[in-house]
Design a protein around this ligand. Structure first.
Ligand code: ZN
Ligand code: ZN
Length: 145
């Protein structure tokens, strides 16, 4: 390879590296912006967010839930459920509306909604994730500087 060939190879190489670098930066900005917008949209509309919670956490009364679940768990009629909501630590009455999570833990409907709207996507009891957020991770502020 002659010296001039080496030089032009070097320039090409440099251009490729710069191009990739620029591409990554632009992509990061683009992705981050889109996430940020989705995040802000979510912030503005809690009822929209609660609808997405419905998909992973059905609402019913404790009475309905218990009569369905008792059978599923194979418990006898004699075993009766006393439920305490782990969010407010108060007992859940049979006529109250509850939300059930996939881990089969139940909470007052309003309590779990508050929990969810506070950006908690894990079960308050067993910490199992019940919802995958499409909001950006919490290090979002890094990109805001
Ligand atoms: Zn509660
Ligand atoms: Zn749980």
């Amino acid at each position: 390879m002659s010296e001039s060939e080496q030089e032009s190879f070097g320039k090409k190489h440099m251009a490729i590296v710069l191009g990739i670098g620029l591409g990554v930066v632009l992509l990061t900005i683009f992705v981050n912006r889109r996430d940020r917008q989705a995040f802000l949209r979510h912030r503005k509309d809690p009822s929209e967010r609660l609808r997405s919670l419905d998909a992973v956490s059905p609402t019913s009364t404790l009475e309905q839930w218990w009569s369905a679940t008792k059978g599923k768990l194979g418990l006898s009629e004699a075993v009766d459920g006393q439920f305490v909501c782990a969010v407010c630590l108060e007992q859940v009455n049979r006529s109250q509306e509850i939300r059930e999570l996939q881990c089969m833990h139940v909470f007052h409907r309003e309590c779990l909604e508050k929990w969810f709207l506070g950006d908690h996507f894990n079960c308050p009891l067993c910490h199992r994730a019940y919802f995958v957020s499409d909001a950006p991770p919490r290090n979002d502020f890094v990109w805001m500087v």
